[in-house]
Design a protein around this ligand. Structure first.
Ligand code: BV8
Length: 257
């Protein structure tokens, strides 16, 4: 199987990497039972119009409906468990930290499953479904609100101000601290892996392009389906991340032994 040969080459290279950036999308949480956005049958966007729901306009127009959608997702994310792909990334980070090397995760996912699996160095590019902030307030006003179900929809703060999910909606800028750090890591890394992303949504999708442009990194993609990025990467592992990541880590450990 071609993937095994590429996996072995990637593992040998990864075992020598000093600064790793892994960029994850909804596909990494798919094996935890959380629907991705694009899968036609189960995709979130198949049933809803993301611009209607994951946008400021949609929220301002009907905050209760948007909150019902987020409440539904909070419940399914709360019930979900990290899968072997999440665990392998957490173990890999611990291994690299122990070796005095750098390992950072930049995720488009808002479910918090990377942190529940034990990952520490996580940049939540699109925010967190477990955080809220006053509508109109900046990222610095965010705070955790993990009650599930929420006491009232839409939730308000003690001053009666409407609260919104602390996520990045379409047409909104990312938290510049997160975007700046992820972009800087993409330019400096010597290995960038994109796992479980259709690489369609920007600026997150720019990370592998920045690494390729900087010229110092090997770039790999883990995705059962081809994407816009597939033709540009050095390694492509067409496996589910729950299978590819543990197998990759096992081979890396073999090279380090
Ligand atoms: C911004 C949080 C400045 C909310 C999300 C035209 C061209 C280029 C860009 C634009 C454009 N027009 C507008 C834009 C900008 C826009 C954008 O990129 N649009 C796209 C659709 C073209 N971006 C923005 O608006 C961003 N802000 O740019 O600000 C600006 C301002 C104004 C105007 C212009 C620019 C903000 C984007 C953030 C939106 N928020 N989420 C919430 O979740 O509720 S996006 C959301 O969808 C996710 O966070 C994620 O980013 C995206 C879905 O992507 P994926 O995670 O990749 O998931 P997807 O379902 O697509 O793919 C899953 C993949 O997994 C598949 O490939 C599948 O094969 C694979 N898979 C499945 N199972 C597995 C698997 N892989 C491995 N293992 C498995 N088991």
């Amino acid at each position: 199987m071609i993937a095994t040969w590429e996996l072995e080459e990637l593992a040998a290279l990864a075992s020598r990497a000093q600064r790793i950036l892994v960029s994850t999308g909804a596909g990494v949480s798919a094996e935890s039972g959380i629907p991705t956005f694009r899968d036609a049958q189960t995709g979130l966007w198949a049933k809803h119009d993301p611009v209607m729901l994951a946008s400021v306009e949609g929220f301002r127009r009907d905050p209760a409906t948007v909150w019902r959608w987020y409440e539904e997702r909070r419940a399914s994310m709360r019930a979900a468990q990290p899968n072997p792909g999440h665990s392998a990334l957490a173990q890999w980070e611990a291994l690299w930290t122990g070796l005095g090397r750098e390992f950072t995760l930049a995720t488009q996912n808002i479910d918090g499953l990377h942190q529940r699996a034990g990952s520490r160095s996580v940049i939540e590019l699109h925010g967190s479904i477990w955080e809220v902030r006053p509508d109109g307030g900046g990222f610095e006003h965010a705070f955790r609100l993990e009650d599930c179900p929420l006491p009232s929809l839409p939730p308000v703060d003690s001053g009666g101000r409407l609260l919104r999910p602390n996520v990045v909606w379409f047409g909104e800028m990312l938290d510049p601290r997160n975007q700046g750090r992820a972009f800087e890591l993409a330019r400096r890394c010597d290995l960038l892996i994109v796992a479980g992303s259709s690489s369609v949504v920007y600026p997150a999708a720019a990370l592998p392009l920045l690494a390729l442009e900087a010229g110092g990194a090997a770039v790999a993609e883990i995705n059962p389906q081809p994407t816009e990025l597939s033709g540009l990467v050095h390694y492509r592992i067409p496996w589910p991340s729950g299978k590819a990541l543990p197998e990759l880590l096992r081979r890396i450990e073999g090279h380090l032994a």
